[in-house]
Design a protein around this ligand. Structure first.
Ligand code: PLP
Length: 427
């Protein structure tokens, strides 16, 4: 077969784009070379429906071992009784939990998308809002923090079967204990979606959701720095509260319902090459090097937030506990959409984002979200955050001046030369 140079040229261009730019999209990171190598391996050829030791296809002895390794390492990271490493993405992990614990029409209670929640937490354009009666809580208008009083009041009012905590654009830690207390009172299960801060939770830099939330989901490619994918976890397995039985008449454990929900519920064959890459990433997370990385992420986020505040940018909630921050640009007279567009021209990548109580649409927005997980992997430290914030400020304050933006782009490219990215990657 002739080599497809068209596609490989585009891959090489994408590598160059990643090398030259400052990557501030809070949900992105750079995997290690070995994680990436594992994603392009022969296990992509293998069908392995089922789970290690109980598959529907022959020849699974080897992929059983990589999948079991991924499960065991993940259990070790978070001290778990149960882990499923097969979800193809974070959205799939959440869909599987919904399928396992909800019936169509059941009520859920999650953080509103416009306040930082994720599409899969009940948005009307998502299965989670179409199949279920999705209700929401929000953040306070003044302090930008989850309004737990409102959450409790809503829970008592709508009696959800599932309370969902976790977010895509929320810079503060969560009070999981308080959420569990109200869930017990109204008879709900609690699912924490820790897709964003999972790496910081793994290193105990944030509150631990596992003792309070029945089920925890995550992506593997954000702060966890693995391949794109999803995972489902429980610290303690438990009998399903609805009395669903297996064919032998025994009450099913929640782990069994979750496994069935992933396969055959919403997925077919698992991506065993990606699961091999997950196993490698989980091994990396157990290392001291990753522990240092997670601590550096927090230090960088603090330094970046401070630099923005000094330039009178309004960070929602006034700061950050994790790797990201959401900035309300209204006092800077630029929309999130325009900010995203002009930053890209200077090789700085970020995404527009609605801010709580936004008066602009989701296509325009008043905010922009910045995260430091990726630039910390590139090797940046606190002292580099001032350059990054100066560059952003220079672009946003001169958004219609092509010459200034061009100068910043050159400065950015030169600055990034010192942080090698995949130096020996040959394609
Ligand atoms: N959950 C949260 C909180 C997220 O932020 C995201 C992605 O941004 C997801 C789930 C979905 O993950 P994926 O894009 O892998 O489906």
């Amino acid at each position: 077969m002739q080599r497809d140079t068209l596609v490989f040229d585009l891959i090489r261009k994408e590598l160059e784009r990643q090398r030259h730019g400052i990557e501030l999209i809070a949900s992105e990171n750079f995997t290690s070379t070995q994680v990436m190598q594992a994603m392009g391996n022969v296990m992509t050829n293998k069908y392995a429906e089922g789970y290690p030791g109980r598959r529907y296809y022959g020849g699974c002895e080897i992929v059983d071992q990589t999948e079991q390794l991924a499960i065991d390492r993940l259990k070790q990271i978070f001290n778990l009784e149960y882990a499923n490493v097969q979800p193809h993405s974070g959205a799939q992990a959440n869909a599987a939990v919904a399928l396992a614990v909800l019936q169509p029409g059941d009520t859920t209670l999650g953080l509103d998308l416009s306040m930082g929640g994720h599409l899969t937490h009940g948005s009307p354009v998502n299965y989670s809002g179409k199949l279920y009666n999705a209700q929401f809580y929000g953040v306070g208008k003044e302090d930008g923090r989850v309004d737990y009083d409102q959450l409790e009041a809503r829970a008592r009012e709508v009696k959800p079967k599932l309370i969902i905590c976790g977010a895509s654009a929320y810079s503060r830690d969560w009070d999981y204990a308080r959420i569990r207390k109200v869930a017990d009172e109204v008879g709900a299960l609690v699912m924490a979606d820790i897709a964003h801060p999972a790496g910081l939770i793994a290193k105990k830099l944030l509150n631990d959701p596992f003792d309070h939330c029945h089920i925890v989901t995550s992506t593997t490619h954000k702060t966890l720095r693995g391949p794109r994918g999803g995972i489902i976890m429980m610290r303690k397995d438990f009998e399903n509260p609805w009395g669903h039985k297996d064919p032998k008449g025994n009450i099913r454990m929640m782990s069994s319902l979750l496994d069935l929900a992933v396969f055959p519920g919403i997925q077919g064959g698992p991506l065993e090459h990606v699961i091999a890459a997950k196993a490698i990433a989980f091994g990396e997370i157990l290392s001291d090097e990753y522990t240092q990385y997670a601590h550096q992420v927090v230090k960088n986020a603090q330094a970046m937030a401070k630099a923005f505040v000094e330039k009178e940018y309004q960070i929602i909630s006034g700061g950050t506990d994790n790797h990201l921050m959401l900035i309300d640009l209204r006092n800077k007279n630029i929309s999130g959409k325009k900010a995203e567009q002009v930053l890209v021209q200077a090789d700085i990548t970020a995404n527009k984002n609605m801010v709580p109580y936004d008066d602009k649409s989701a296509f325009v927005t008043s905010g922009v979200r910045f995260g430091v997980a990726a630039i910390t992997t590139r090797g940046m430290k606190e002292e580099h955050m001032q350059f990054v914030v100066n560059a952003i400020d220079n672009v946003l304050m001169n958004a219609d001046d092509a010459a200034v933006i061009n100068t910043v782009r050159k400065q950015v490219n030169e600055f990034m030369d010192q942080f090698a990215l995949y130096p020996d990657w040959g394609i």
